[in-house]
Design a protein around this ligand. Structure first.
Ligand code: CP
Length: 311
């Protein structure tokens, strides 16, 4: 592979979680993503994955993650197989592990897996011989989302050391929040959380993480991330009503007056506009939601190249 920069520090066959990664590994990945973003801008196609076949196995719905992994794999020269669950033997009851072993026997080398069951990618990494990239498992982890969030924050703020990042909303059901709670303190940020009591309980035990009122959390924040209320994971049981949730925890331009004047707003998407964020704020000049999506492709290019040992 013709990557111009020095060798990257990346000892992994899989990307399952941020937990357990080192800051050097994370920074190597973000730096490579910047390099890949520049390749794309220059129209370069070095194709370091031309000998790899990437399988996309999405057992839960996705737009951003699935599309950006497919574009990332194709940009690196890989063959891409998108396992359509409805049209595959999964619909006949074939197990996850049998399905992935079958993919491996057909020539798939790297599997990008999203699954409703927390820990499914770890099981797949142990049992299938495939290199596994976790594209989101249950409420557990979404490491590539956290990496693209970190890159987006780094683009906007520079180094995150000493920065205050507020995360507001449905923390309990959010794999994005959990991955960010590992990643952002690792990069030196102070993370403040606010949300309904049932959604933030227990998180004040995490190193570098503070749980506080929404006013304290937003006060002087350098950046604010809000999260989707995950009704499909029974989040509705944690709030008295959607109206009350929006009134107490919804992010508005008025609430953002508590943060630093230039503080950007992030959301991993998809958004419930009018619930956790107003449509006006999501479309405003301080919203980085579109940049998060754009950074998804180069970050996933970097992850695939690193997992393949091609960087
Ligand atoms: N942020 C995220 O994972 O979005 P998708 O569910 O659309 O992939």
């Amino acid at each position: 592979m013709s990557v111009a920069s020095p060798p990257h520090t990346w000892p992994r066959r899989h990307l399952l979680n941020i937990d357990g990664m080192t800051r050097a590994e994370v920074e190597a990945c973000l730096d490579l993503a910047v390099e890949m973003r520049e390749w794309r801008e220059r129209g370069e196609r070095p194709e370091p994955l031309r000998n790899e076949t990437v399988g996309l196995a999405f057992y839960e719905a996705s737009t951003r993650t699935r599309v950006s992994f497919e574009l990332a794999a194709r940009a690196l020269g890989a063959i891409v197989i998108d396992l359509s669950l409805a049209g595959s033997s999964v619909a006949k009851g074939e197990s996850l592990i049998d399905t992935l072993r079958t993919l491996r026997r057909t020539g798939v080398t790297i599997c990008v897996l999203r699954h409703a069951s927390s820990g499914a990618p770890h099981l797949a990494a142990r049992e299938t011989g495939l290199r596994i990239v976790n594209a989101g498992d249950g409420t557990h982890a979404h490491p590539t989302q956290a990496l693209l969030d970190a890159l987006t924050l780094r683009d906007a703020l520079g180094a995150l050391d000493g920065r205050k990042v507020a995360i507001v909303g449905d923390i309990a059901h959010s794999r994005v929040a959990r991955s960010n709670l590992h990643l952002l303190p690792m990069l030196g940020a102070q993370v403040w959380l606010a949300g309904p009591p049932a959604f933030v309980r227990g998180f004040d035990d995490w190193p570098g993480v503070h749980v506080a009122t929404i006013e304290e959390t937003l006060d002087g924040a350098d950046a604010v991330m809000t999260l989707r209320l995950q009704l499909e994971r029974d989040a509705g049981a944690g709030v008295p009503s959607l109206r009350e949730y929006t009134w107490r925890w919804g992010l508005t331009s008025e609430r953002m007056l508590l943060a630093r004047p230039d503080a950007p707003v992030l959301h991993p998407g998809p958004t419930n506009e009018g619930v956790e964020i107003t449509a006006e704020l999501a479309a405003s000049g301080r919203s980085l939601i579109g940049r998060q999506v754009e950074n998804g492709v180069p970050v996933r290019m970097a992850v695939l190249a690193l997992v393949a040992g091609a960087a």
